[in-house]
Design a binder for this molecule. Structure first.
Ligand code: ADP
Ligand code: ADP
Length: 229
């Protein structure tokens, strides 16, 4: 069971005002929940707290009914894949960068995942734009391309919970629709949280959570929110 339950969670950075203010949120196993709302609303903080980058000040966060404080960090890191804007690409080939997700994966497995995440065409390039092997020279990878690589890495890791910060990198991807399809195909049966900036990417969400000032101000399906807000 990889449901996520936040119960009366509050958290402040450096004892400033609460970045997360008494939030209760239930994400059933296998569901897709989107976090939306203005900048500074608390979306990334929630993602980081679920990943236990920091401990909360009060309340509880449970995964599968177990308080995350009672889950060893190494195990928690295996349960959760967190794709952020600053997931690094290392100075080795794209193939090896994706293989970080699962060091046992064969070249073929890495390539198949890369294909689904739409980064197979630049798999021979290094992050800085050079090639490890034959190929056209020197095109720099865009933010969207780099994010597709970190998505492929997370897909290969195949953890039951995936948290995706779509940030702005998706916007420069011409293949946005295709990658969305690949993501929803690959995240079937996973508990998925997407920090979303555009409604188009989250139309299939089971629940859209609108955050402002660290509080949930509204939640529901896109249809519900469009009808009632
Ligand atoms: P969002 O992801 O919705 O833009 P954040 O979770 O980043 O919102 O921010 C929530 C609040 O916490 C904001 O007031 C922001 O300024 C503050 N905050 C975020 N990260 C930090 C940090 N590392 N140190 C101090 N304050 C932070
Ligand atoms: P800590 O030192 O707080 O125990 P870790 O050693 O587990 O954290 O993680 C080291 C760094 O890796 C953290 O600063 C964080 O930014 C990043 N990180 C941790 N967990 C994840 C994750 N699930 N996905 C992506 N990045 C992570």
């Amino acid at each position: 069971d990889y449901s996520i339950n936040l119960n009366d969670v509050s958290f402040s950075y450096n004892n400033e005002s609460n970045a997360i203010d008494n939030i209760t949120l239930n994400i059933p196993q296998g569901e897709f929940h989107a976090l939306v709302g203005p900048s500074g609303g608390g979306k990334s903080t929630i993602a980081r707290l679920i990943s236990r980058f920091w401990d909360i000040d009060s309340g509880s966060i449970k995964i599968g009914g177990v308080d995350i404080k009672d889950i060893p960090l190494t195990q928690l890191r295996n349960i959760i894949s967190f794709v952020t804007q600053d997931n690094f690409l290392f100075d080795c080939s794209i193939l090896e960068n994706i293989r970080i997700g699962n060091s046992d994966a064969t070249d073929e497995e890495v390539f198949n995942i890369a294909k689904k995440a739409q980064c197979d065409d630049f798999i021979k390039k290094l992050p800085n734009g050079y090639h490890t092997e034959a190929g056209e020279a020197g095109k720099k990878l865009s933010g969207g391309e780099m994010q597709r690589i970190t998505i492929a890495r997370a897909m290969l890791k195949n953890s039951p919970i995936l948290i995706l910060d779509e940030a702005t990198a998706f916007t420069d991807s011409e293949n946005e629709d295709n990658i969305q399809k690949s993501i929803s195909e690959l995240t079937k049966n996973k508990t998925l949280i997407v920090i979303a900036h555009r409604l188009s990417t989250i139309k299939d969400a089971d629940n859209i959570v609108v955050l402002n000032n660290g509080k949930i101000v509204e939640q529901g399906t896109q249809d519900y929110l469009l009808r009632n807000c």
